[in-house]
Design a protein around this ligand. Structure first.
Ligand code: ADP
Length: 538
């Protein structure tokens, strides 16, 4: 006796499906075998011996005519024993059927003559030689039957597991997709019905494609970058992406992808679980919008207060001017009123700048930007005897909204000058490539270290609050508030250290900007008209 095909081949023929790589399904699977063998041999001793051996194995024996192959339901038999030529026909016949229940399919055994080449039995699962001793024949057929039943049981377990998985996949409301990680560009191999409902694409339409088609042209989303990084590191991750349905409408997809490994630890698949979180995203956006409106309201109230003082001065000065006949004094009142009006203009401009829509981000060399700002302040710096040391170690550009970052830098330099104007001092400006301490992103830090007056703890606590200033009439208290908003928008942060110790007073501001912190100029949370419409009401 010889098995002519390896077990996996037998199974793949039976099921046309390779067995899953995972351990067999552990649940109880009852496999019933028909207990019938079919023999297609002419009458004679061989047939009688075979029949008696098969009966000893508990099988009932049916004759099978070669003409029956077309009509006989081969699935009713456990074993089919026949000549090599007919065995091949049976085999082909079985291969023509889509197999639902491969456990009930028969093992095909060729009966060869002693001088017959076993290779001639290529169309069967096993081959036995006749005539031979009945005891040996019994042993051989018993092994064949045992092997066949063992395969069938394993196959049934595996099929049961697949069916169970399929039932789970079909019943869950989350979209499930499976991608083949061993093939180039990781094509999808499966999506469940919930995925089809969520996206409008059918299983047939998506199998073989990389699932990025769901993003259409929006490839630069932060969520996509997160996915790329996780795939490169073969990690699980969760990302929220803007995806498009088949009909072109968009939805927010919260996607969890997990790598699947085989027994040897090799990555074979990615499984994606996706949920439509559009409603949640819209709710969060509405919440942000209302918070922004509340902030504008707070700003408007504070601005009304801030503008009221200079406005009252202007009214008083104009009243005095109207009743003044001395040209010298009149000139003085008008000039004072002019100063007050300018101050109002500064407050409104600074506030509006915060809400203004920015231009597109671009790669900016931070050292060049620092040089150009320092050049602007050169006359002032030399007037107050302030020495500037600029150490350039940025090496790579930062993608940012240039005019906004310029505003931050300019505010830092102006504050340092204000802190040192009473005494000659030194301003050290340094750039350096580093990792952000809050986000772990790589980027450039810009340090502004001055030898100025330093700040009290109380001042340090209020620094970033709008309208907080210690400069009285000369300050607006908006510089650091606007700066921190700009830096946060770039996913960066500002740190500050300060000392009023008379031996080494001074302040160090460090502004960290990630290399790639901003991809697009953020759409204004509020349309400019909404802001300007609030201002006249002040
Ligand atoms: P303004 O400069 O109009 O006061 P800012 O928001 O830019 O508004 O600054 C707020 C306050 O922070 C300043 O009034 C000052 O007290 C303090 N400050 C900022 N930078 C420095 C510095 N380099 N040294 C000392 N104090 C500073």
């Amino acid at each position: 006796m010889s098995f002519t095909r390896p077990a996996s081949d037998v199974l793949s023929r039976l099921g046309k499906v390779a067995l899953p790589d995972e351990p067999a399904f552990e649940g109880s699977v009852t496999v019933t075998f028909p207990g019938v063998a079919a023999i297609s041999l002419g009458d004679g001793t061989d047939r009688r011996v075979l029949t008696s051996v098969l009966e000893q194995l508990g099988l009932s024996v049916h004759p099978l005519q070669s003409t029956d192959f077309g009509s006989a339901d081969l699935r009713n038999y456990e074993l089919v024993l026949t000549s090599p030529a007919l065995a091949r026909q049976v085999y082909t016949r079985l291969g023509e059927h889509p197999l639902q229940d491969a456990g009930a399919y028969p093992a095909v055994v060729s009966i060869c003559a002693p001088d017959q080449d076993a290779g001639a039995a290529g169309g069967s699962d096993a081959c036995i030689t006749l005539p031979q001793d009945p005891a040996a024949l019994l042993a051989q057929l018993s092994v064949i039957l045992y092997a066949h039943r063992a395969f069938a049981r394993r196959y049934q377990s595996a099929m049961e597991e697949l069916r169970l998985n399929r039932r789970i996949f079909r019943s869950v409301t989350s979209g499930i997709s499976v991608a083949d990680a061993t093939k180039p560009d990781m094509p999808l191999t499966y999506v469940n019905p919930a995925f089809e409902v969520m996206t409008g694409y059918s299983l047939e339409e998506v199998v073989g494609r990389n699932c990025r088609f769901l993003q259409r042209n929006e490839r630069d989303q932060p969520g996509v970058a997160l996915l790329r990084r996780a795939i490169a590191n073969r990690e699980q991750t969760t990302a929220v992406l803007r995806n498009f349905r088949r009909d072109g409408t968009s939805f927010w997809n919260e996607l969890v992808i997990s790598p699947i490994r085989n027994r040897d630890g090799e990555l074979t698949h990615y499984v994606g679980i996706q949920n439509d979180v559009t409603a949640r995203m819209e709710f969060e956006a509405a919440l942000r919008q209302s918070e922004k409106l509340a902030a504008v309201n707070r700003l408007a109230a504070t601005m009304a207060h801030e503008i009221n003082n200079p406005l009252e001065s202007v009214m008083n000065l104009l009243f005095l001017a109207q009743h003044e006949s001395d040209p010298q004094r009149l000139k003085h009142y008008i000039s004072e009123a002019d100063n007050e009006v300018r101050r109002i203009a500064v407050i409104t401009t600074e506030s509006l700048r915060f809400y203004r829509q920015s231009t597109r981000p671009r790669a900016v060399d931070c050292d060049d930007l620092l040089t150009s700002v320092l050049d602007l302040y050169a006359p002032k710096l030399s007037r107050f005897n302030i020495a500037v040391v600029h150490t350039r170690r940025a090496h790579a550009p930062v993608v940012c909204l240039e005019s906004e970052v310029r505003q931050v830098v300019s505010n830092m330099v102006r504050n340092a000058i204000d802190a040192m104007r009473a005494d000659a001092g030194r301003l050290e400006v340094r750039t350096r490539v580093r990792t952000g301490w809050k986000t772990g992103l790589r980027g450039v830090s810009l340090t502004f270290a001055d030898t100025g007056s330093g700040m009290s703890t109380e001042t340090q606590q209020k620094l970033f609050t709008p309208f907080f200033t210690t400069k009285g009439y000369a300050g607006t208290g908006l510089g650091l508030w606007v700066s921190s908003n700009i830096v946060e928008r770039h996913r960066g942060h500002i740190a500050v250290r300060s000392s009023q110790n008379p031996r080494h007073p001074g302040t160090v501001f460090t502004v960290f900007l990630p290399f790639d912190g901003i991809r697009e100029a953020p759409a204004p949370d509020l349309p400019p008209e909404a802001v300007t419409s609030l201002l006249p009401a002040l």
